[in-house]
Design a protein around this ligand. Structure first.
Ligand code: 5GP
Ligand code: MG
Ligand code: MG
Length: 197
């Protein structure tokens, strides 16, 4: 068990299992791409470790880039309004695969889809390492899903709790009883502290 800030987390998905999941996703995507050279687009910050391991395993030529959806500062509705950092190259006519750490409500994915609508890409596919089906509120197709997980807060392998935990090589899950107590007392993790992708 580990403690990050005020919360306790228990081991949930081992480093080995994460590795197996990433390997399977690489194989599925490489098969589907055939002779195309895809552009993998990681969504920062959470996807950095996934993308790194993914492209190291990818068996054919590929390009990799990152974008970040940053909340506007000084706005009350900062959760809903984002600006884009990092999409500098021309992706028209390319096969683009978004690499996400986790899809929860789907709000971020909606934003990503909106951004790529104007890019004239040949094909946009979504790959997410983790997916919370109980939390997903959108209709966008998820082309590649690493693992479906329950609607509980996780950290590790790029995913943080208020800045901590991204560096952990395995996935940890919030201890629920304590989470419920904290939820009642203090609100959800990150509440009132702005959002971090
Ligand atoms: P969504 O927009 O789909 O609700 O969630 C997108 C972002 O919220 C993810 O990219 C991730 O940064 C964060 N997020 C969602 N669920 C979790 C979780 O269980 N743990 C952590 N650390 N972040 C999460
Ligand atoms: Mg993310
Ligand atoms: Mg975060």
């Amino acid at each position: 068990m580990i403690k990050l800030h005020d919360l306790y987390f228990k081991p949930f998905i081992s480093e080995d299992e994460v590795d197996t999941i990433v390997e399977r996703m690489v194989n599925d995507i490489a098969n589907d791409m055939q002779d195309e050279v895809p552009v993998f687009v990681g969504i920062l910050n959470g996807s950095f470790m996934f993308v790194s391991d993914f492209v190291k395993k990818y068996p054919k030529p590929c390009e990799v880039t990152f974008i970040k959806l940053a909340s506007y500062e000084g706005l009350k509705s900062s959760e809903d309004i984002h600006r884009l950092i990092g999409l500098t190259q021309d992706l028209s006519g390319r096969k683009v695969v978004i690499l996400e750490d986790i899809i929860d409500s789907g709000n971020t994915l909606e934003e990503v889809n909106r951004i790529f609508e104007n890019e004239n890409v040949d094909e946009l596919k979504i790959a997410t390492l983790f997916y919370k089906p109980e939390a997903y509120k959108k209709d966008y197709k998820l082309h590649y899903i690493g693992k479906e997980i329950p609607n509980k807060f996780i950290v590790g392998y790029g995913l943080d709790y208020n800045g901590l935990g991204r560096d952990l090589p395995a996935i940890y899950q919030l201890k629920t009883i304590q989470y419920m107590t904290n939820l009642v007392l203090f609100g959800p993790p990150g509440a009132g502290k702005g959002t971090q992708a």
